[in-house]
Design a protein around this ligand. Structure first.
Ligand code: 13P
Length: 248
């Protein structure tokens, strides 16, 4: 049995005033028993105060990206060790917005995931096809190729998470059919089992327009071990509502 994870990705949103939302989510994570872990991946500026706001609650804090190097002349970048030092226990790498906006390829994502593991952070590695790739029937092949190129061999079920986020489903209100989610998550599981000793237990999150209204059906699909939530993680009620898909 894989313990699910409901993780939020605040992207480039959140100021000091929004720590009230972090506190609300942390309190909500503790008041209701859920069969899922909970995490918020905050912008780098909010990782330290966010970790303080989450305190000893069941809410973990993560970052959204890290540099592949431990330190050095990389103006504006943040290392995995810095995120850990600020209170993060995980970091997202290879989000499609970074692959697109910053030209990150699989080799870059692999190096970042390695850096995260070396800094004792859980690496949440994102993969996902574009709309054109899905229309061309290449979705599974594209994602498997990203898995081949982006996942470090040393990753384990305890240290690495795969997030499947179809690019065309992010922020659009569109989601794949449940059959398409099942097909993709099944293909990802088969890859993980074939390549990693702990592949059977590795979490595979679904991300892309997850809302309280569709969380139960999406989280009920085979091999879906939780969600990576963008927009709906900015509101405590929505994020907690999604996590309620795992109410005990
Ligand atoms: P939305 O939930 O806003 O579609 O974003 C998904 C996402 O990109 C999470 O990383």
């Amino acid at each position: 049995m894989v313990k699910p994870l409901v993780a939020g990705n605040w992207k480039m949103n959140g100021l000091t005033a929004d720590l009230a939302t972090v506190r609300e989510i942390a309190a909500g994570a503790d008041t209701i028993t859920r069969q899922a872990d909970m995490m918020l991946c905050l912008p780098a500026t909010l990782v330290a105060p966010g970790a303080e706001a989450a305190g000893s609650s069941a809410l973990a804090i993560g970052g959204q990206d890290c540099h592949a190097a431990v330190s050095g002349a990389h103006t504006g970048d943040v290392s995995a060790g810095m995120l850990g030092d600020a209170g993060a226990s995980a970091v997202i790498v290879g989000h499609s917005e970074r692959r697109q906006d910053h030209g990150e390829d699989d080799a870059t994502v692999l190096a970042k995931a390695r850096a995260a593991l070396a800094a004792d952070l859980t690496a949440i590695v994102c993969v996902g096809e574009t709309e054109a790739e899905r229309r061309a029937g290449d979705a599974v092949a594209r994602v498997v190729s990203q898995l081949n190129g982006s996942l470090p061999d040393e990753g384990t079920a305890g240290t690495m998470i795969v997030a499947y986020e179809p690019v065309w489903a992010i922020g659009t209100g569109l989601t794949p059919t449940l059959d398409d989610v099942a097909e993709m998550h099944g293909a990802i599981r088969a890859h993980l089992v074939a390549h990693f000793g702990t592949g059977e237990q590795m979490r595979i999150l679904y991300g892309g327009s997850v809302k309280p209204g569709n969380a139960v059906e999406l989280m009920g699909v085979a091999e879906v071990n939780g969600a990576l939530v963008g927009g709906a993680s900015l509101k405590a009620a929505d994020f907690l509502g999604i996590a309620d898909a795992y109410r005990a």
